[in-house]
Design a protein. Structure first.
Length: 131
């Protein structure tokens, strides 16, 4: 259960409605996800986060699928079920195949195990890796 009310489109104040309309327009969708509805409790934060989302996840040097996979990996690390699901769906919309997803999960699992071992053993960083 959400810790804040979800602001429905019908109940949204004008400044929130404007962001909702922009989200729907830019994403080509007809509904607003619960994340945005929760953020709408603070209209300034909603607008700021939407701007950041467009800037960071939009066109850039990294491929859009790579950006989504990074987002999923961080979400798995932070145990954010909502983001794991929403950004895995976004990655699939950007062409993620079942084979790629399985390999991606194997990399995450390997990195998690290695991170735990290195952290437990307090392994010093090799000089050539320092940048």
């Amino acid at each position: 259960m959400a810790t804040v009310p979800l602001i429905a489109e019908e109940a949204a104040p004008a400044e929130v409605k404007a962001v909702y309309d922009d989200i729907k327009s830019r994403r080509g969708v007809d509904r607003i996800n619960n994340f945005w509805k929760a953020l709408a409790n603070d209209p300034a934060n909603l607008a700021r986060f939407w701007e950041d989302m467009q800037r960071v996840m939009g066109k850039g040097a990294l491929d859009p699928l790579v950006k989504e996979l990074i987002y999923v990996a961080v979400s798995i690390t932070n145990n954010c079920e909502y983001c794991i699901h929403s950004h895995t769906a976004a990655a699939r919309q950007r062409g993620l195949t079942d084979e790629q997803y399985r390999e991606f999960l194997a990399v995450i699992g390997l990195a998690a195990r290695a991170n735990a071992l290195v952290t437990a053993m307090k392994v010093p960083v090799d000089q050539q890796y320092l940048v």
